[in-house]
Ligand binder design. Structure first.
Ligand code: ATP
Length: 365
């Protein structure tokens, strides 16, 4: 049985003084005019499921203008228990709670992961590689504590190393010590990325075929450390990393930054063997992102044994009828979904009948 989110309440949070909603086990549609706060609500659910939000807000950005403290509560039931997650923002700090006990952002993860799909993601294929890396890492962080730990440790090592590379003269002895930290943490992160990406690839191929049956999807990881794939061992990755780092030494000193490692890698998509970043039409790019999101939901379910929540923020207006059907067809059944929209016209009667429709300006159906 799935664990389901049941009630969401916010107090002095972003645009809201007070707002409470009971979430449907199946589909909740939040409808309202522009700027009424729909995305704010999606963000609040993301904060209490993933421990972070796509907007990467500071504590004070979450507090309603003119107020001192905000609070968000999200309750869950399932597997014979009830769990309450909360976030309190006050005096510039975010404090997370699980069943009343103080915890960290990581304490929000692992219960019900959430997969967000918003208009910003639609051009993920064409944007800078950092967006594709973030898509993979943000997902990995929710599934595995070790992955989360590696992402933050690796970022710290790169930051530290970059500040040494900016010194003049570069303190070589210190840099050597950080080289080893970079290689060890980076190789471990690469192993995690490759195995997660392979799981996504396998699911994404099927999801893409369901949307575009005549096109063949490819997905690959291109690393700045060298040619690696899911079968490359950790020791081999470390060796390649060491070699790439030593070849890059001069370039790094000249530019004052770390130029090889997972923070510079590329995740690339192809359709019928052609690089999607250069050749895919806008419709094909959207199908790729849709297939990626569906694959994330499947992989989360493969790993955790239950489906995540799907948060669809204003994407229906961006997709054509065929792609809208692909996504609503996918959520049939076991995936608890929250959808925001300004217009119910994007939904079939079948979906509206199944869903709980909540008008953000107060009225509920
Ligand atoms: N800390 C805050 N205090 C007060 N208002 C805030 C705060 N943070 C955001 N807002 C307001 O919330 C509103 C935006 O809300 P949101 O992005 O959720 O709208 P939306 O309903 O998703 O709109 P759209 O349909 O246009 O995407 C803006 O008017 C913004 O000024």
């Amino acid at each position: 049985m799935n664990v389901l989110a049941r009630t969401l309440s916010v107090h002095n949070y972003r645009s809201f003084k007070e707002f409470d909603v009971e979430l449907d086990p199946d589909i909740t549609i939040l409808i309202g005019r522009n700027a009424v706060g729909k995305t704010n609500l999606i963000e609040s659910v993301q904060l209490l499921t993933a421990g972070q939000s796509f907007r990467r807000p500071t504590s004070s950005q979450l507090v309603r203008n003119g107020e001192g403290t905000c609070r968000i509560d999200l309750s869950f039931t399932g597997e014979g228990r009830r769990v309450e997650h909360a976030l309190v923002c006050s005096e510039g700090k975010k404090s997370f709670f699980s069943n009343g006990k103080r915890t960290s952002a990581a304490g929000m993860r692992g219960l019900v992961p959430s997969i967000l799909f918003c208009p910003d993601h639609l051009d993920m294929i064409k944007r800078a590689a950092s967006h594709r890396r973030a898509a993979l890492d943000d997902f990995g962080i929710q599934l595995n504590d070790r992955y989360a730990h590696l992402v933050s440790s690796y970022a710290r090592v790169v930051e530290q190393r970059n500040s040494l590379l900016k010194e003049y003269p570069v303190p070589t002895d210190l840099l050597v010590a950080w080289d080893e930290a970079l290689i060890q943490t980076g190789a471990a992160l690469l192993s995690h990325r490759l195995s997660l990406l392979e799981r996504i690839r396998l699911r994404m191929v099927d999801a893409y075929r369901a949307i575009a049956p005549t096109e063949a999807l490819g997905l690959s990881y291109q690393s700045t450390v060298g040619e690696i794939d899911k079968s490359t061992s950790r020791a081999e990755i470390e060796e390649l990393f060491r070699g790439a780092l030593s070849r890059a030494a001069e370039d790094e000193r000249r530019r004052g930054i770390t130029v090889v490692g997972p923070h510079r890698d590329e995740i690339s998509f192809s359709i019928d063997g052609r690089e999607a970043r250069d050749f895919a039409s806008q419709g094909q790019q959207r199908s790729l992102v849709l297939a990626w999101k569906i694959a994330e939901a499947e992989v989360a379910s493969d790993i955790l044994g239950r489906y995540p929540m799907l948060l669809l923020d204003d994407v229906m207006s961006e997709l054509d009828a065929r792609r809208r059907e692909a996504i609503t067809g996918f959520v049939q059944g076991e995936i608890q979904t929250i959808i925001t929209t300004t217009n119910l016209g994007y939904f079939s009667n079948d979906v509206i009948d199944r869903a709980k429709v909540v008008h953000i300006d107060g009225e509920k159906k």
